[in-house]
Design a protein around this ligand. Structure first.
Ligand code: SF4
Ligand code: SF4
Length: 432
């Protein structure tokens, strides 16, 4: 049957794949808190079908779609293979094009998505500014006066969990051990834009782990933002431009793998083939690119023998990154790596695969819903009696830190990225 496309530009077949069985309802975090059909994947698909058929206006469906976290747990639960994430992105693309954003929103979208994220050098300025804010005494003053409490977007909540940000001058080496390239696969390291600005030390630790595991590494200078934020915000054309730049970058560098440490960005990189499937020049190149993309957890479990690790005597639990688990299918590997650390008592959390409510900018745009989801999550975290909750994505890390604060467990539980935990466990110091 030939696909026909209507108002939202989604293929009829893709929407009709939903057989309304409801298997996705129990895994949907928004259904858990709202308990109404328009907060379910099935309900959202029906709304999109209504808009597609001209029965509903786009304005009738945006609130329901906006409330979706994009966690894609529904895709995993669906027996009918509904590609919910792609359908949602397609709808958002059309909605975004038809939305007349207010001037401040237009400016923020333009500055953030077009002027900052795709430009690594400008992101270094962001990092330098936050570092200066933290080291100049300004942060102490701001916290003392409580001025952020009257600022929009719950800035005080996010400021309170800011990591210690590296200075603007901090750099990763351009390459490590490339003379060993014939003996082991060469790793191209995808640093991420926000990741390298806010969590530069996690990138340093990623390189240390890869070096300790014996990999030759190259950090390609021409890499750019993966485009995930653009794709999720309805800026698909811009996401495609960024994808093409990254594909070209990897072709030029010629590394065997492109490794990243962020569940969300990794999922985007692994879906470049679908993003560019209709592009006659880029479709095949995107497929070759995707074959090489690996999350750090996937690469480290492939190593014959991990570098020697020292004991960490703690009870540790793991919170899945939605896009690492639901899109990339990486669930076992982080658990295996945590349990490879001597002394660790691993405690699986009930509902570890359910979204924590971070979901990109969701915890800013839908703060109350996000915090409700987080509070449910924290009950499960506390029930594990863990002293460390491990994550594999920067957004989840900040969200878990907020959750620890909200539950009054600061100083009793810490949240860490898995790379930082493994680097902490390295027995022998590694210099890069
Ligand atoms: S992506 Fe997540 S929040 Fe959105 S409908 Fe699917 S399960 Fe629910
Ligand atoms: S599980 Fe799949 S087929 Fe069933 S209602 Fe949800 S989206 Fe539709």
């Amino acid at each position: 049957m030939q696909n026909s496309t209507l108002a939202l530009g989604i293929s009829e077949d893709a929407l009709l794949n939903c057989i309304q069985c409801g298997s996705c309802l129990p895994v949907c975090p928004t259904y858990k808190i709202e308990e109404k059909e328009t907060a379910t994947p099935r309900g959202r698909l029906a709304l999109m079908k209504g808009a597609q058929d001209g029965i509903l206006q786009i304005g009738d469906i945006t609130a329901s779609l906006d409330m979706c976290l994009g966690c894609r747990a529904c895709e995993v639960a669906c027996p009918s293979g509904v590609q919910y994430g792609h359908i949602l992105e397609q709808a958002k693309d059309v909605i975004s094009a038809q939305t007349d954003y207010t001037l401040p929103v237009k400016v923020i979208r333009n500055v953030f998505m077009k002027q900052l994220l795709p430009h690594p050098n400008r992101m270094k300025w962001v990092r330098g500014s936050i570092h200066l804010y933290q080291k100049s005494g300004m942060q102490k003053l701001v916290r003392k006066t409580g001025v952020l409490k009257v600022m929009p977007w719950h800035m005080d909540t996010f400021e309170a969990v800011l990591p210690e940000v590296s200075p603007m001058s901090a750099k990763l080496p351009k390459e490590i051990n490339l003379k060993e390239a014939k003996k082991k696969p060469v790793i191209g390291f995808f640093t991420g834009c926000i990741q390298d600005a806010m969590f530069h030390e996690t990138n340093v630790n990623t390189m240390k782990l890869l070096k300790a595991a014996g990999f030759p590494i190259i950090v390609p200078e021409s890499q750019t933002c993966c485009g995930a934020i653009h794709a999720h915000a309805g800026e698909k054309d811009h996401a495609k431009e960024l994808a093409k730049k990254n594909i070209e970058m990897l072709e030029n560098v010629g590394a065997d793998y492109l490794v990243n440490n962020q569940g969300g960005c990794g999922a985007m990189l692994k879906e470049y083939d679908e993003l560019l499937a209709e592009d006659p020049i880029w479709a095949e190149r995107a497929k070759e690119f995707v074959k090489k993309v690996k999350d750090i957890n996937e690469i480290l479990v492939l190593v014959e023998e991990l570098p020697p690790l020292k004991e960490i005597n703690e009870v540790i639990t793991y919170q899945d990154s939605c896009h690492l688990a639901n899109v990339q299918g990486v669930r076992l590997q982080p658990r295996q790596l945590i349990q490879a650390i001597p002394g660790v008592t691993y405690q699986e959390m009930v509902g570890a695969g359910t979204c924590c409510g971070s979901a990109g900018t969701y915890n800013i745009t839908h703060h109350d819903h996000s915090m409700e989801i987080l509070d449910h999550k924290m009950i499960n975290v506390l029930n594990t009696n863990a002293t460390t909750v491990v994550v594999a994505n920067p957004g989840c890390l900040l969200q878990m830190k907020i959750g620890i604060q909200r539950s009054g467990m600061e100083g009793k539980i810490r949240a860490v990225h898995i790379v930082d935990l493994l680097a902490e466990a390295l027995r022998d110091p590694v210099e890069i």
